[in-house]
Design a protein. Structure first.
Lengths: 329, 346, 301
C-alpha cells in the first residue's frame, strides 16, 4: 500500500515541478515575450486591454511590480481554473479548446503505436532470448540499426515509398478533409487509413529498444536458479518461458518505461510534423513558429500531464506484477 | 530518437559473486588479468561497430578538408548524382556531398559536447548521491526522477521557442539538450553504484578508514567504468538524434550546420515531393549508421558488464566447433588432468 | 539389474568443455538402494554438485556427459536409461520419480509467483485430472508435513524466512512422492538449530514414505549422523564409499581420514583439535588446498 501512495505522491511532486518550470522558464530567458505576443494578438484583430496584458504577464512574466510569489500564486490558480489564455495562432479560440481538439489524436496515435511496439518488441525479444544461438539471434545487432534511425527520417522514407511512390497511403493529414469528424464508420475508417504511416513510423523506430532490452534480460534470467528448478520439475518449455522466464525478464522493461516513453514522445512530435498530423505535437510547432507563447506553454503542460499519467499507470502496474516492491517500501 | 533500453536496476542474480563451484572455475575467462578484464572481446560485431563509427568520424573530420565548398550556389538545382557532384545537388545547386561532410562534423561536435555534459551531470547526481546515501541520496534520486518524467523534447522546444533566434547559439542548445537528457543515465549509475557500494571490498576499504573520495576513486569508479562508458555512448547517440530533431524543426542552433539542418532544408526545399532522394536519404542514413555503430560498440561493453551475454556467443562457437569435429569423424579432445588417462567421447 | 538398487551409476564422466577442459567427474560408479540415505561428501569444487545435476540431466553447457550410464530402476520393475531419454520422456520422469532440492533456496523459487502457484504447476503437469481443490489439498498437506503452516501457501517467496523457504523446497520436492530425492547442500545456508529440525524432518519423511536420498554436503559429521552409506569425493573421483560406521571408525583412504580430523569436536579437551592434527613427522595442515595436494600425492605413492 505504501508503494502505491509513494508513487502517487511522487507524481504530484513531478506535476508541481512541471508547473513551476513552466512558470520560471519564460521569466529566465532573454527577450520580452509578452510584448511580442500582444503585438501578434492585435494583428489578428484582438483587443488588448490592461486585463489581457495582466493575464499574459502572469503566464509569461513581465515588468510588473507584483512580487514573484504573488504572481506564482495567481498563475497556479489560473491553471487549476483551466484558464491558460487565448491562442494567438488560432485566435479567438482559447488555449484549452485548441488543445482539446488535438490531444485525442495524439493520444490515439501514440498510445496505440506504443502498445503495439511494446507487445511485438517484448514478445520477439522473449522468443529470441529463449533460444540464444539460433539464426534469429544474429539479427539482433541488426535491430540496433533500426533503433538508431531518427523518427522523422524514417517517416520521410516511408512517405517516399508508400505515399508518393506507391500511392498506398496518404502523405499528410489525419483524415480526409471532405468528411465531417464524428463517430461514424467513414470517418473512423479514414482516420485509420491516415494514421497507418505515422503509426508504423513510431512502431518501427521504437521496436528495437524493447526487443534488445527484453532479449538481454531473458539471457540473464535464464541462468537464474528458479529456471533450473522449473526444468527439474519437468514443466513444459512453454510454461517455463512464460511463467518463469518472461515474467521476470519483462520487469526492467516496465521499470524503464519512463525512459522509453520519453523517446517515443519526442519522436512522435517530429513525426506529426512530417505528416501534418493534427495532433498536439504539430500544434506545438506551429505555436513556436507563430510566437504563440500561451499555446506553447499550455501544450507543454498537457503533454507533461499525459506523460505523467501514463508513467503513473505503468508504475502502479509494476507494483502489481512485482510483489517484492510492495514489501520493499 | 532511439529508445534503446538501458538496464535500470541490476537483476537480482546478475551481480552476485558466484560461489567457487566447478562451473565458475571452469568457465572463468582464462588468463584475462588486469585491465584486459574490462575490455570487450573482439568480435565481428564489435569490429563492424568500430568500423562504422570510425568511418563516420573520419568522414566528418577529414571530409570537409577534401570536398568542395558546400555553400557555392549553382544553376543546376536538384540534379541527381553525377560525376561532378557525387551525391547530386540541392535545390540551390549546392553540392550535397560537401554539405554532408560539414554537416557530419557539426553533428559530431554537438553530439560529443552534449554527451560529455550529460554524462558529467548524470555521474554527479547518480554516483555521488548513491554513495553518500541517506537524505542526500533521496533528494538526488527524487531530483533525477522528476527530470526523467518531464518530457524532454517538448521542454527543449518550449525553451528554444522562447529564446529569440539570434540568441540561439551552439552552447545554448548544447546546455539545454544536456539538461533534458541526463536523468535516465543518472538512474542507471545510481543503481550500479548502490550495488557496488554494498560489496565486500568497498566495505573493507571503508572500515580501514579510507576517506570517501578515495574510496570512490579507487574502489568504485574502476568498476563503474564499463557502465559509464556505455552510458556515455548512449548519451552521444541521444544527443545527435535530439539535435537532429531540433534542427529539423528549425529550432536548432542558428548558425550551425548539422545533419538535422540538412534535412530541414531538404524538407523545405521540397526534396521529397520532387523525389530528390539523394538529398534527404544520406543525412538520415549517416545518423542511423553512426547510431548503429555506437550501439554495436555498446553491445560489446554490455558483455563486459554482464558476462552471461558473452556466454551465449561462446556457446555458439563451441557448438560449431563440436559439429565440425563430429562431421570430420574425430572425437572432441579432452586434455587429461594430472593422473588421468580417460577422455573417450560418448 | 539387481532389485536391491533404485539407481545405478556406472563409470560416469562429466567434462566442462571450455578452452582448457575440466574433467569434473571421473569414472564414478555408485549404487543407491531403495529408501537409503547416501551421503556424498567432499570439498568445494570436487564435482559433487556436477554429479548431482548430471543425474537429472540438468547440467548446462559447457558441461557434458562424455561416457558412462545412469539407470533408474523403477518400483514397478522397469529400468530407465536416464541419459538416453528423449526430451518428453525425461520431463515425465523428472519430479514424479526423481526430484531435487537445490543449494541455497534463496533464489530457487520464482520470485513473482505465489508458493501455491509453484506447488500447483508440478501437480498440474504430472497429476493430470485432479481438480483445483484436490491439488490445493495435496499442496497444503505437503507443507504441513515439513512443518510449514498451510495458510502461508498464498505467500510470495520473499515473504518467507530462509528456513521456511528451504522447507517449502523440500515440500515441493516431496509433492509427487518420488522414489529418489537428491539434496544438494539443503541446509548449508541455515542456522544450525533450523538445520537440525529440517534434518529430522527429512529422516522422518524417509521413514514414512520410503524414498531414497542422495545427500550432498561438505559437512561430514552431519552425514555421519544421518546417512546409511557415505561416498567421499576428491577432484572428481569417488575415493571411498562405505557404510557410515565404517567411515567413522575405520576409514581407509588418507583423504577421508584427513577430512575427519579437520572438524573440531564439541567434546574432548580444549585445544585438542589443533594439537591432534599433528602426526609423527607431518606438519598440521589447516589449508584445505594443501590438504588436497598432499592427499593426491599420497595416492600417487
Amino acid at each position: 500500500m505504501t508503494y502505491f501512495l509513494r508513487k502517487i505522491g511522487f507524481y504530484v511532486v513531478a506535476l508541481w515541478a512541471a508547473l513551476t518550470l513552466n512558470f520560471i522558464i519564460p521569466r529566465l530567458l532573454p527577450g520580452n515575450p509578452v510584448d511580442i505576443l500582444l503585438a501578434k494578438l492585435q494583428q489578428r484583430g484582438g483587443q488588448v486591454t490592461p486585463a489581457t496584458r495582466k493575464a499574459y504577464e502572469l503566464l509569461l512574466g513581465g515588468d510588473t511590480s507584483e512580487p514573484l510569489w504573488s504572481q506564482y500564486g495567481h498563475y497556479l490558480v489560473n491553471v487549476f481554473r483551466g484558464d491558460l489564455g487565448v491562442s494567438v495562432s488560432y485566435f479567438p479560440a482559447p488555449v484549452t479548446e485548441v488543445i482539446g481538439s488535438s490531444l485525442p489524436w495524439t493520444i490515439a496515435l501514440v498510445g496505440i503505436a506504443t502498445i503495439v511496439a511494446a507487445v511485438i518488441g517484448v514478445g520477439l525479444g522473449a522468443f529470441v532470448g529463449w533460444r540464444p544461438g539460433t539464426w534469429l539471434d544474429s539479427f539482433v545487432p541488426a535491430t540496433t540499426l533500426l533503433a538508431a534511425v531518427p523518427y522523422f527520417w524514417l517517416a520521410l522514407i516511408l512517405v517516399y515509398f508508400f505515399a508518393t511512390g506507391l500511392h498506398l497511403f496518404p502523405a499528410q493529414g489525419g483524415y480526409d478533409v471532405v468528411l465531417t469528424p464524428g463517430f461514424n464508420g467513414d470517418f473512423i475508417g479514414s482516420a485509420i487509413k491516415y494514421g497507418v504511416l505515422p503509426a508504423v513510423t513510431i512502431v518501427l523506430a521504437s521496436l528495437g529498444g524493447w526487443l534488445l532490452g527484453m532479449r538481454n534480460m531473458m539471457v540473464s534470467t535464464l541462468s537464474e536458479d528458479y529456471i533450473t528448478t522449473a526444468q527439474a520439475k519437468g514443466l513444459p518449455d512453454g510454461k517455463i518461458l512464460r511463467n518463469y522466464a518472461a515474467r521476470n525478464a519483462v520487469l526492467p522493461s516496465v521499470a524503464g518505461f519512463a525512459i522509453s516513453l520519453g523517446f517515443i514522445v519526442s519522436g512522435s512530435v517530429v513525426t506529426e510534423q512530417v505528416f501534418s498530423y493534427p495532433g498536439i505535437g504539430s500544434k506545438l510547432l506551429s505555436a513556436v513558429t507563430n510566437n504563440d507563447y500561451a499555446l506553447m506553454q499550455g501544450i507543454f503542460l498537457f503533454i507533461t500531464l499525459a506523460v505523467l499519467g501514463a508513467n503513473l499507470v505503468v508504475d502502479l502496474l509494476y507494483g502489481l506484477i512485482d510483489p517484492r516492491t510492495r514489501a520493499r517500501s | 530518437m532511439t529508445n534503446i533500453q538501458q538496464e535500470t536496476e541490476p537483476t537480482i542474480g546478475a551481480l552476485t559473486e558466484e560461489a567457487d563451484s566447478t562451473t565458475s572455475i571452469a568457465t572463468r575467462r582464462a588468463s584475462k588479468g588486469g585491465i584486459r578484464r574490462f575490455l570487450p572481446t573482439l568480435t565481428p560485431w564489435l569490429v563492424a561497430g568500430i568500423a562504422l563509427v570510425l568511418g563516420v568520424v573520419l568522414f566528418g573530420v577529414i571530409g570537409p578538408l577534401l570536398v568542395g565548398d558546400p555553400t557555392t550556389i549553382r544553376d543546376s538545382g536538384l540534379q541527381g548524382p553525377s560525376a561532378e557532384n557525387l551525391l547530386g545537388t540541392t535545390q540551390t545547386g549546392q553540392d550535397v556531398l560537401a554539405q554532408l561532410a560539414f554537416a557530419t562534423r557539426g553533428s559530431l561536435q554537438i553530439g560529443l559536447i552534449v554527451g560529455l555534459l550529460a554524462t558529467v551531470l548524470s555521474a554527479f547526481f547518480g554516483i555521488l548521491g548513491a554513495y553518500l546515501g541517506g537524505i542526500m541520496d533521496e533528494a538526488f534520486s527524487l531530483f533525477s526522477n522528476v527530470f526523467l518524467v518531464i518530457p524532454g523534447l517538448p521542454l527543449v522546444i518550449v525553451i528554444s521557442g522562447l529564446v529569440p533566434r539570434e540568441a540561439r547559439g551552439l552552447w545554448t542548445i548544447a546546455v539545454v539538450l544536456a539538461i533534458t537528457s541526463w536523468a535516465g543515465s543518472a538512474r542507471v549509475l545510481r543503481a550500479q553504484t548502490m550495488s557496488i557500494r554494498n560489496r565486500d571490498y568497498v566495505s573493507a576499504a571503508r572500515v580501514a578508514g579510507e576517506r570517501p573520495w578515495r574510496v570512490i576513486a579507487v574502489e568504485i569508479l574502476p568498476n563503474l567504468l564499463p557502465v559509464l562508458a556505455s552510458q556515455f555512448v548512449f548519451a552521444v547517440i541521444a544527443a545527435i538524434l535530439g539535435e537532429a530533431g531540433l534542427s529539423f524543426l528549425g529550432l536548432g542552433a542558428s548558425n550551425s550546420s548539422t545533419l538535422g539542418t540538412m534535412l530541414f532544408y531538404a524538407q523545405n526545399g521540397f526534396a521529397l515531393a520532387n523525389g530528390a532522394w539523394w538529398w534527404f536519404v544520406p543525412p538520415g542514413l549517416l545518423i542511423a549508421l553512426l547510431g548503429m555503430g555506437l550501439s554495436l560498440v555498446n553491445f560489446s561493453i554490455d558483455e563486459v558488464i554482464n558476462p552471461r551475454l558473452g556466454n551465449v556467443r561462446a556457446q555458439r562457437r563451441r557448438d560449431r566447433r563440436a559439429k565440425r569435429t563430429a562431421r570430420s569423424g574425430g572425437s572432441p579432445r579432452v586434455a587429461p588432468a594430472a593422473h588421468d588417462t580417460k577422455g573417450v567421447a560418448r | 539389474m539387481s532389485a536391491t538398487a533404485v539407481l545405478t551409476i556406472e563409470h560416469l564422466d562429466v567434462v566442462y568443455e571450455t578452452e582448457h577442459p575440466v574433467h569434473a567427474v571421473k569414472d564414478v560408479s555408485l549404487t543407491l538402494a531403495p529408501g537409503e540415505i547416501l551421503g556424498l561428501a567432499g570439498e568445494s569444487g570436487c564435482g559433487k554438485t556436477t554429479l548431482a545435476y548430471a543425474i537429472t540431466r540438468l547440467h548446462r553447457p559447457p558441461a557434458k556427459v562424455t561416457s558412462g550410464s545412469i539407470t533408474f530402476h523403477d518400483r514397478d520393475g522397469s529400468d530407465v536409461d536416464l541419459l538416453g531419454l528423449g526430451h518428453e520422456a525425461l520431463r515425465a520422469v523428472r519430479w514424479s520419480k526423481l526430484s531435487m532440492v537445490f543449494q541455497g533456496a534463496m533464489n530457487a523459487l520464482n520470485p513473482v509467483t505465489t508458493i501455491r502457484a509453484q506447488l500447483d504447476d508440478a501437480l498440474v503437469e504430472h497429476r493430470k485430472g485432479l481438480s483445483r481443490r484436490e491439488r490445493r489439498a495435496i499442496a497444503e498437506d505437503a507443507l504441513r508435513r515439513v512443518g510449514v503452516d498451510p495458510s502461508r501457501i498464498t505467500a510470495y517467496p520473499h515473504e518467507l524466512s530462509g528456513g521456511m523457504r528451504q522447507r517449502v523446497m523440500i515440500a515441493m520436492a516431496m509433492l509427487l512422492e518420488p522414489q529418489i530425492m537428491i539434496m544438494d547442500e539443503p541446509t548449508t545456508a541455515l542456522d544450525v538449530v533450523v538445520q537440525r529440525e529440517i534434518l529430522r524432518e527429512i529422516v522422518r519423511l524417509r521413514d514414512e514414505l520410503g524414498f531414497a536420498v542422495v545427500f550432498i554436503t561438505h559437512d561430514l559429521p552431519l552425514l555421519l549422523e544421518i546417512s546409511d552409506r557415505i561416498a567421499i569425493m576428491l577432484r572428481g573421483e569417488v575415493v571411498e564409499c562405505e557404510p557410515a560406521s565404517v567411515i567413522q571408525h575405520d576409514a581407509k583412504h588418507p583423504y577421508t581420514r584427513r577430512l575427519l580430523r579437520s572438524f573440531p569436536s564439541l567434546s574432548g579437551a580444549r585445544g585438542a583439535f589443533i594439537r591432534s592434527g599433528v602426526e609423527d613427522g607431518v606438519e598440521p595442515e589447516t589449508d584445505t588446498r594443501a590438504v588436497l595436494v598432499q592427499a593426491a600425492q599420497e595416492t600417487d605413492r
